[in-house]
Design a protein. Sequence first.
Length: 200
Amino acid sequence: MSSKKHLVVLSAPSGAGKTTVARHLLATFPQLRFSVSATTRPMRDGEVNGRDYFFLQRDEFRDAIQRGDLIEYEEIFGNYYGTLRSSVSEAVQRGDFVVFDVDVKGAVSLRAAFPDDTLLMFVAPPSLDVLATRLRSRHTETEEQIHLRLARAEMEMGHQDQFDVVLVNDDLETTVRRAEELVREHVEGAPQQPSLFERD
């Protein structure tokens, strides 16, 4: 049995499916909870402050940086994203199991801060062409923004070797089943609900 990991960290290029995988794991394993990141980007329809993100003003975020309150942070496409150090430290101390949905640099920073407690999973698209199709199908960004995301995706995919496992999301059911297996392996004794694919 592998040593217990309290921090399940998912990273992927935008549109590769990491948020879907994260939500599936949270629904399947009741003891997992979602780590809420801080961001300065605008709230999208359906999002809730404190559930999806902590939505901060830029000056609030910069103050948090100056105080050293963030394990990691980065400016992506004009907005800041980061992970609050206090919430992660408290979770590890309590023995909580936490799922993170972060960029590749954030994942590496979490591993550096909590080397014995992190399981890093990279969700990769089958190809950049497939990723481009997925991004365009969302109809949430301009073509220029999509090109920027694809350029960033190429960079992110170059960091796959820093992760414990790479899940190529060609088939969603296969991808989430493999993610479930990894959580069962590394989160010792994690109680599990029936898989969403096995429910009525």
